[in-house]
Design a protein around this ligand. Sequence first.
Ligand SMILES: NC(=O)c1ccc[n+]([C@@H]2O[C@H](COP(=O)([O-])OP(=O)(O)OC[C@H]3O[C@@H](n4cnc5c(N)ncnc54)[C@H](OP(=O)(O)O)[C@@H]3O)[C@@H](O)[C@H]2O)c1
Length: 168
Amino acid sequence: MEECQRLGLAKAIGVSNFSPNKLQELLQHAHVPPAVNQVEMNPMWQQRQLRDFCKRKGIQVTAYSPLGASNTRWGDDRILGCSSLQEIANERRKTVAQVCLRWAYQQGVSMVPKSFNRKRMEENLQIFDWSLTKDDLAKISNLPQRKGVLLRDVLGPHDLVKEIDMEA
Ligand SMILES: NC(=O)c1ccc[n+]([C@@H]2O[C@H](COP(=O)([O-])OP(=O)(O)OC[C@H]3O[C@@H](n4cnc5c(N)ncnc54)[C@H](OP(=O)(O)O)[C@@H]3O)[C@@H](O)[C@H]2O)c1
């Protein structure tokens, strides 16, 4: 990838599903540190330790499955169906999806929500003219944490995938 960038074939180099350990290993050898690390991140898998590490190293975090990947092969509706998030959404007159995306935005990460539905795509963009309060953020930081997306469910069984799932 460094060669691709040197040749002008890639503007920047990014990685995905890299834990602090894997990033540390990469940084020991890389001439060009990764610009971005794309990982699962949402109110129920907040990745605080990884985000601290990336911040110190100047690596931007991108959140995938920011809505918990409901109705996909690898996700479930623990986030869109979460009653605490629903309470916050009711108070702000927003949807749970918007609360999740606004929360990610207020954490300073970029994000890749997926929707095939035009109305929901528009809904997901309406997060920039309001904000979550300190109380909302405190409630969200107290939510139980559990990794939701196992790479073996996304990519199928593979030894390397198993190793990443165990570390992440
Ligand atoms: N790098 C990696 O290893 C990795 C792993 C997993 C995923 N990803 C990427 O991350 C991106 C998004 O992740 P994801 O698809 O796993 O999860 P996600 O964006 O958290 O959730 C997608 C699901 O949420 C629904 N949805 C979207 N907006 C909604 C809204 N406003 N209200 C209610 N439901 C809504 C979508 O349904 P509709 O389409 O019907 O709206 C879809 O079922 C994808 O581009 C994916 O490729 C990367």
